[in-house]
Ligand binder design. Structure first.
Ligand code: TNX
Length: 594
């Protein structure tokens, strides 16, 4: 990974008044306390996590071991208004294990020279941002930095608006930690990085005695691709709202910013649609293996969307058409070819069902469903499925897809679909999700020439329902076995012939759930492969390095253990020998009320 060494630096200049004396004299007790703390820090061993140990790998890492920071019990999180919610979430992550109060206060209340601040600020525009601190003028975050060192000053690292929509800058000095970004999303990613830089015990749900050390230096970080996601199939097996919220937390940890929900399939319809109520009430009552199924009310779905939005994750709803529709046909046989009611389906075959593309009523159904789902979804995307409609061929298929694409476009959403949509005509912004296994598809390449962008989910690399190894107790193997090395070692920018990196919107790891029935099983299939995919989506290509990745990833095992996250102890990864931290199952304690 590129690193830019920087010289150890002392605190920045204190603001002076006309007499040349610091404008505010710290009380003697404060000085004594600071001196004692610094002396303690100098004697302390280095922070256990190295600055470069972050997953996904940051763009720039400039360690400065002379400036490790230790979070004191009386630390406050100072924040400007736009970053308030991120600071609250950071506090919620850090309070349980530290037991510290970590009040979140406005930067306006910061004491000049206050050494115990985590400062989160939003620099708004390039022109307005201070070139050194990245803070906007008048933003007290910059002004509060009387005691601030700036380890990256003069080293040419980006700051301010150069950080883009999701980038951040993290400065760690002996005096404190500062995260700067141009957007709340960037601050959030920076806060997730800070969380990873604390000792693994930070994941404990109960207080742990620990020196909360953070390695010194500067990170400047931005994503390679704007779309980084995971898909959860809630149709084959239903997962309740709480499970989905926990999945959102998992995505957010690794800077994934899209959750694709596969809401409908042969085995179940999982979202209430007011204009066609039997879809959920009848179609939602089945699942693979004969279990009870379930569905999301509009309020449930909105809760997921809002929880995700707070974590800078956009929900992408999928209504799979024209195939994968048996549950809809059970609810409304009028949509079925020949209007013959099919029996409910709880097996795992694919490709047998379809809505009748020759009946106008089908397009009323599509318009009503897509209209309601679009209305519930603030994000820009609506996924139309389109895969494995084996019984709707040729012109019947492309004709159906083109009408359905227009219906989506008329709601103002951008169409996403599996790459089988490729032969259909282009609509503005259309995105194809590649799930093939051979890296070479002239139809997808042609659709890209006609304007489509691509999300890469190659079945033999990114499919999290594939087994890790022959003895993996759940999962498929039709696209091969995928252990961590295989999940990591490919390049989304060059993967598909005829699809240049400029046409790649990003990556997504789908988890189909024919054999996945519980949250623990979801986690087992996610970890440790989801972070591998996240790194492919976020990190600049020059950082790509399997040997380094497996070492960095190894440090996350104890974090997952402490957070109660189930994972596959892959032999690809050199896990630490003995977990040294408490294990207790817990969801993120962050409140999800807004
Ligand atoms: C193919 S991938 C499917 C899904 C299955 C999956 C199982 C895709 C777009 N369709 O219907 O669940 O394989 O791996």
């Amino acid at each position: 990974m590129p690193t830019t060494p920087t010289a150890p630096s002392e605190s920045g200049p204190e603001p002076l008044d006309r007499t040349g004396l610091p404008t505010q004299q710290p009380a003697a007790a404060d000085l004594a306390r600071t001196a004692a703390r610094r002396a303690g820090d100098l004697l302390a061993p280095p922070a256990p996590v190295r600055l470069g140990d972050v997953v996904p790998a940051p763009e720039h890492v400039a360690p400065d071991p002379a400036t490790d920071f230790t979070l004191p019990e009386d630390a406050a999180i100072r924040v400007s208004a736009a970053g308030r919610d991120v600071a609250e979430q950071l506090a919620e992550w850090l309070r349980p294990a530290t037991g510290y109060p970590l009040p979140v206060t406005d930067t306006a209340d910061a004491e000049p020279g206050d050494p115990l601040a985590l400062t989160v600020s939003t620099a708004t525009t390039a022109g307005a941002a201070d070139p050194v601190t990245g803070a906007a003028p008048g933003d007290a975050a910059g002004a509060a930095g009387g005691g601030w060192a700036d380890p990256a000053a003069g080293n040419g690292l980006p700051s301010g608006a150069e950080l883009g929509d999701e980038g951040y800058r993290l400065d760690i000095t002996r005096d404190g930690v500062r995260i700067t970004a141009a957007t709340p999303a960037g601050l959030f990613h920076g806060a997730q990085t800070l969380r990873q830089l604390l000792p693994a015990a930070i994941e404990s749900a109960t207080p742990v005695t620990e020196r909360w050390a953070v390695p010194g230096g500067t990170i400047v970080d931005r994503p390679r691709f704007p779309y980084r996601g995971a898909m959860l199939d809630v149709a084959r097996h239903f997962f309740g709202v709480e499970d989905v919220l926990r999945v959102v937390d998992h995505l957010a940890r690794y800077k994934l910013n899209h959750l694709h929900l596969h809401l409908t399939d042969d085995q179940g319809w999982r979202i209430a649609v007011d204009s066609w109520p039997r879809l959920a009430e009848v179609g939602g009552t089945t699942e693979v293996g004969g279990g009870p199924g379930g569905w999301y009310t509009n309020a449930d779905y909105r809760r997921i969307v809002a929880y995700a939005a707070r974590r800078h994750v956009t929900v992408v709803p999928e209504i799979d058409l024209p195939g994968h529709t048996n549950a809809a046909l059970v609810a409304y046989p009028e949509l079925a070819p020949g209007k013959i009611p099919p029996p409910p389906y709880t097996g795992t075959e694919v490709g047998f069902s379809y809505v009748d593309p020759a009946d106008e009523r089908t397009y009323d159904f599509v318009a009503d469903v897509v209209g309601e789902v679009a209305g519930l979804t603030p994000g820009p995307w609506l996924h139309l499925g389109g895969d494995e409609a084996f019984k709707v061929k040729g012109a019947a298929y492309t004709g159906f897809v083109e009408r359905a694409q227009r219906i989506v476009a008329d709601t103002g959403k951008t169409v996403v679909g599996w790459h089988q949509l490729a032969p259909a005509g282009h609509v503005d912004g259309r995105v194809l999700q590649w799930w093939g296994t051979n890296g070479d598809d002239p139809e997808t390449a042609d659709a890209v020439r006609r304007g489509a962008r691509v999300i890469l989910s190659p079945g033999n690399r990114a499919y999290l329902d594939m087994k890790y190894a022959p003895d993996t107790p759940i999962g498929h193997d039709w696209a091969g076995l995928i252990d961590v090395h295989r999940a990591y070692d490919w390049d989304p920018g060059t993967h598909l012939t005829g699809v240049p990196v400029e046409a790649v919107l990003g990556v997504e790891a789908p988890l189909w759930t024919e054999s996945v029935t519980t949250l623990a099983e979801v986690e087992f299939m996610f970890f440790p492969r989801l972070p591998a995919l996240a790194e492919l989506g976020w990190s600049p290509r020059p950082t790509h390095d399997w040997a380094g990745f497996r070492e960095r990833l190894a440090g996350h095992g104890p974090r997952w253990t402490a957070a109660g996250i189930t994972f596959h102890p892959s032999p690809d990864v050199p896990w630490p020998a003995t977990p040294t931290i408490p294990t207790q199952p817990t969801r993120d304690t962050t409140a999800d009320t807004h």
